[in-house]
Design a binder for this molecule. Sequence first.
Ligand code: PLP
Length: 356
Amino acid sequence: QPYGRVFNFSAGPAVLPVEVLEQAQADLLNWQGSGMSVMEMSHRGKEFQSIIDGAEADLRALLAIPDNYQGGASSQFSAIPLNLSAEGDTLDYIVTGSWSKKAAGEAKKYGKVNVVATGDNKSVPDPSSWKLSPDAKYVHYCDNETIQGVEFKAPPVVGDKVLVADMSSNFCSKPVDVSKYGLIYAGAQKNIGPAGVTIVIVRDDLIGNSRPSTPVMLDYKVQADDKSMYNTPPCWAIYMCGLVFAKMRRDGGLAAVQQANEKKAKVLYDAIAGSNGFYSSPVDAAARSMMNVPFTIPANAELEKEFVSQAAKRSMIQLKGHRSVGGMRASIYNSMPLDGVQQLANFMKEFAANSA
Ligand code: PLP
């Protein structure tokens, strides 16, 4: 790997393309002849304005975001009910893992949460069992559960209800039909940049109805009116996201990203399936994530620690599963090269053979 870099299978924050880091390094002291670092420029100045405008334009192009959708903001677990519902309203939540459970828990502070369905942490519950409420203000779900590795393969069908998606850990991993959603939100720190930026893509008819008690920073109207610059934004992080968006466009857009991601995920799931049961995927085939691949050594969990430590000696790091579920987890975000996944698959084979 260039610069002695490792294959980083971390679930986050931020694994970035080398090309982007090189560009950031080159720009660090003097951004495009401005004589300043991005960290040092005024966020009201024309230089930073061009960076944030460029990042937004590239993201809009990548996701083909219709013009009636806005961007910006953070802390969405509470911002969503505060902006999209009034006190006492019913709010529908589909729970498929740790993050959607957390989102539902937070929403309980603000409304009557109806849990539409609760998954078993290894599948998306059958839509025929969902109990959607007739009067819910929106239906919230998590498109990719980072910890469990459970991913929706298509948006849930919720009739004329406003669909709200947490896409934090699979944002920009594949094309998305934004028009199916009322709101999409995502932390940047998986596929698109450093921690500190949260993307919110919200349809404009959902803006402007926040509760009076909504903190100003969480009010979509304030953020939209101020073009995501009500306060001092995380300038450097936005700039880095902009570099990543531009690179993705140069590289062929999200269809190309998806193709590469499918190939990588297949290598890994094939390695698990081809291990004669030495490794096991806890997730049903239909819901396996293309981004976060948990796996275990069912016959001998003691070997899992050894696996993680031997892999690290070969520059394949952060393969330990989330502390709440154990096992291993390979997060293979956009910037993980196919070569890294192939080397992991080879190591899995070798480790299994040596442990037999
Ligand atoms: N939702 C999902 C699916 C996540 O994976 C994460 C973080 O890993 C979050 C929400 C929370 O993001 P943050 O740590 O930026 O609050």
